[in-house]
Write a protein that binds this ligand. Structure first.
Ligand code: NAD
Ligand code: IPM
Ligand code: MN
Length: 368
């Protein structure tokens, strides 16, 4: 039976990078027997413009029914005056929350041909392979109370609340330990237990879950130190498990270790049901990049690598995921670059040129 994929390309460079993803899906259909029924819908600013909301109930229902959702990016300057509940970002947050996609996997891998594209020294990033497990449906992103209130003297107060429960922490910690078991067997948990009760609870609950994973090494690190260690000696890390906000910030920081924000994919997973099926959304970690949107120059690799994660986690097609990842590496080795990872002596292409090169490399690697 065909898998169902919902593509929500979103705003800015979203449609540009997802156009290339669509071509890879079609190629896999034509040459590798990947049987997928793809439909498209709106999320973010484009949905707000058409429907008055950044995520419609109908889109959410389609997303719930799909085997995987592939998202481009949302947001942009056009909607900064819109209220928070109607902003493009709220559409993405609703998808995450309504589908309970609590575990956000963000691998940061430095491809060998890009070691010199990183802003860090070669020896620091060469061979880097770390994985963030970011909690995605709790914390300060969703905590109540929240809002801006006007005080008696006319001044204002902005409020957001950081809140975590035992189970929210435990379920994401379990995922981190399980994944570490398939990697180097090491988890670093990052929080601010020195100043925040929610951070202390985080540390205690992660320690509790660790009892079920005695073969995994667990370190606790304060999040500010973690930010520093990531640029001092990033290869000390294997899996970093952290909350929603710290995970957002630390993973953007780690993106630069790999050369560009345009390189990092992600998978957002829900709990497994009785049949082992998980709700899943795949997206690049970058945003809608308004500064380059509409120019056809955005790097589609993060989105294409997100598709590879979907092939692996949602479609049980590890060989196709390997093929896509190997093609990306081959293209980089061949010196093909989008502007964000351009280096002297290399060949600069746009989004479509990068898609062409990846498809050509897939064909060669697969002998098609
Ligand atoms: P951004 O990630 O959009 O861009 C940051 C910088 O990285 C820009 O200079 C941009 O040109 C560059 N960049 C990002 N992706 C790139 C790619 N694929 N190829 C080449 N260069 C790339 O972050 P921002 O500018 O802070 O945010 C812009 C908008 O995107 C905001 O509305 C924000 O809320 C939204 N956003 C959305 C997501 C998402 O949809 N998941 C993620 C982050 C930001
Ligand atoms: C991300 C983005 C989102 C976040 C925004 C757009 C809601 O920055 O996916 O990293 O903060 O989680
Ligand atoms: Mn982010």
């Amino acid at each position: 039976m065909a898998y169902t994929i919902l593509i929500v390309a979103g705003d800015g460079i979203g449609p540009e990078v997802m156009g290339e993803v669509r071509r890879v899906i079609d190629w896999l259909g034509a040459h590798r027997g990947f049987d997928a029924e793809v439909s498209e819908d709106l999320v973010g600013g484009c949905s707000y413009d058409q429907h008055g909301v950044p995520a419609t109930d109908a889109m959410i229902e389609k997303a719930k029914a799909a085997d995987a959702i592939l998202l481009g990016a949302v947001g942009g300057p056009k909607w900064t005056a819109t209220s928070y509940d109607k902003r493009p970002e709220a559409g993405l947050l609703r998808l995450r929350k309504d589908l309970e996609l609590f575990a956000n996997l963000r691998p940061a891998i430095c491809f060998a041909p890009l070691v010199d594209a990183s802003s860090l020294k070669r020896e620091l990033v060469e061979g880097l392979d770390l994985l963030f497990v970011r909690e995605l449906t709790g914390g300060v992103y969703f905590g109540e109370p929240r809002g801006i209130e006007v005080l008696a003297d006319g001044s204002r107060r902005g409020v957001n609340t950081q809140v975590y429960t035992t189970e929210e922490i435990r379920r994401v910690a379990r995922i981190a330990f399980e994944l570490a078991g398939k990697r180097q067997g090491k988890v670093t948990s990052a929080e601010k237990s020195n100043v925040m009760e929610s951070g202390l609870l985080w540390r205690e609950e992660v320690t509790e879950v660790h009892k079920d994973f005695p073969e995994i090494k667990l370190d606790h690190m304060l999040a500010d130190n973690c930010a520093m260690q990531l640029v001092r000696a990033p290869k000390q890390f294997d899996v970093i498990v952290t909350d929603n906000l710290f995970g957002d910030i630390l993973s953007d920081e780690a993106a630069m270790l790999t050369g560009s924000l345009g390189m990092l994919p992600s998978a957002s997973l829900g709990a497994a049901d009785a049949s082992g099926r998980r709700a899943a959304l795949y997206e690049p970690i970058h945003g809608s990049a308004p500064d380059i949107a509409g120019k056809g120059v955005a790097n589609p690799i993060a989105s294409i690598l997100s598709l590879a994660m979907a092939l692996r986690y949602s479609f049980d097609r590890g060989a196709d995921a390997d093929l896509v990842e190997q093609a990306v590496e081959q293209v980089l080795t061949d010196g093909i670059r989008t502007g964000d990872i351009m280096q002297p002596g290399k060949t600069q292409v746009g989004s479509k040129g990068m898609g062409d090169a990846i498809l050509a490399a897939m064909a060669v690697l697969a002998g098609k």
